[in-house]
Design a protein around this ligand. Structure first.
Ligand code: GGG
Length: 349
């Protein structure tokens, strides 16, 4: 019988992206070997360097090339000294999310054993779900009268009924499979069209999910709650921008960006999903070999879970937890990327 094989597109990207994807790949390959399945990786050099060489962050047919893969594992994008961040983000990450309808960006926030966050007490287990294909990151807008005193910049947030309803429904479903609590986040007192619309759809869906306790929060209040009472939260669902910001708070309370994993999911499975750490390319520590690979390894576990290799996903997270419980990878800069990776691989066997 032939071995089950998953084709994975690897996009290390910029800066520490190369180090952390190599680390996650080493862990994934070991899990695959032990689990009797195969991961066939194909690497793509798409990055800010690629842009400097070719004029594009990815080739014109990049999306079509990726479409044939079972999943995408991405490291980090951005080299602000050479390329404006808005160019790199809109040239690679955002078009992939949009083209493959990866409308749910799932970001788990909890403390790994041995990792101390900045909060004094309490344990928490928050699943943030960020709308990932529209809203404030739609890229709709423009500038007129550039360079004059009359200059105007307009950026339009786009919220469609289909887009808001599907992400909220995804949030309700996740809440139903966990503690049954959903926080729906807006700023509907100040943004009277898009966010009132979001609140209305939240209320409509709440009637369909009587088993889920849903609370609507303003984003500022929810940001404070994530710090003051994170244990009170279960599933949080927010727009593209609000979710992006809130998940950096989530990363902070779980000990730092080195632990913050994410999955850009196409729930309908009509196209590949993409897995990446929340962190960026960290040019200041690129080439030092000290990037924490745990966020990317965790993202790799989320990839296996999505592919249906649930046992492999659980085994990776157990190995990560065993590693951090020993104090490895728990202090920024103390352990080298390779040493943390080797410890996770060893804990798998
Ligand atoms: N790990 C991917 C990465 O480089 N993220 C940097 C970033 O700025 N992302 C913005 C976003 O997730 O929308």
């Amino acid at each position: 019988m032939s071995m089950k094989t998953y084709s994975i597109a690897l996009i290390p990207g910029d800066g520490i992206g190369r180090d952390v994807t190599a680390a996650a790949w080493a862990v994934l390959e070991m899990v695959a070997k032990q689990g009797g399945f195969c991961l066939a990786g194909t690497e793509f050099p798409w990055s800010c360097r690629f842009l400097k060489e070719t004029g594009r962050m990815m080739p014109e047919d990049g999306i079509e090339t990726l479409r044939g893969f079972d999943a995408i594992l991405l490291g980090a994008v951005g080299w602000p000294a050479e390329v404006p961040d808005s160019v790199s983000l809109h040239g690679l990450l955002l078009p992939i999310r949009k083209a493959f309808v990866q409308y749910a960006n799932i970001r788990p926030h909890r403390l790994l054993p041995g990792v101390t966050g900045p909060l004094r007490a309490g344990s928490f287990d928050i699943l943030c779900i960020r709308e990932n294909t529209e809203g404030e990151y739609s890229g709709a807008g423009g500038r007129v009268h550039q360079g004059t005193l009359d200059e105007v910049a307009v950026e339009t947030s786009i919220f469609t009924r289909a887009g808001v309803e599907r992400i909220l429904r995804f949030g309700f479903e996740q809440a139903r499979s966990r503690q049954g609590k959903l926080a729906s986040v807006t700023k509907s007192n100040a943004q009277k069209y898009s966010m009132v619309f979001w609140d209305e759809i939240t209320r409509k869906l709440a009637a369909e999910y009587p088993d889920v306790a849903v609370t609507s929060y303003h984003v500022d209040a929810l940001a404070a709650r994530m710090i003051m009472a994170p244990e009170s939260l279960d599933v949080v669902v927010a727009s593209n921008l609000f979710g992006d910001i809130l998940t950096d708070i989530g990363a902070a309370i779980q000990g730092g960006l080195g632990y913050a994993a994410s999955a850009n999911i196409n729930p309908d499975r009509s196209a590949p999903s993409m897995f990446e750490p929340v962190h960026g390319s960290a040019p200041d520590i690129a080439h030092l070999g000290i990037a924490n690979p745990i966020a990317t390894i965790w993202s790799g576990a989320m990839m296996l879970d999505h592919l249906g290799e649930k046992d492999g996903a659980v085994r990776i997270m157990k190995a990560v937890e065993a590693t951090t419980a020993r104090g490895i990878g728990t202090t920024a800069g103390k352990d080298k990327t390779d040493a943390i990776t080797a410890a996770v691989v060893a804990a798998l066997s």
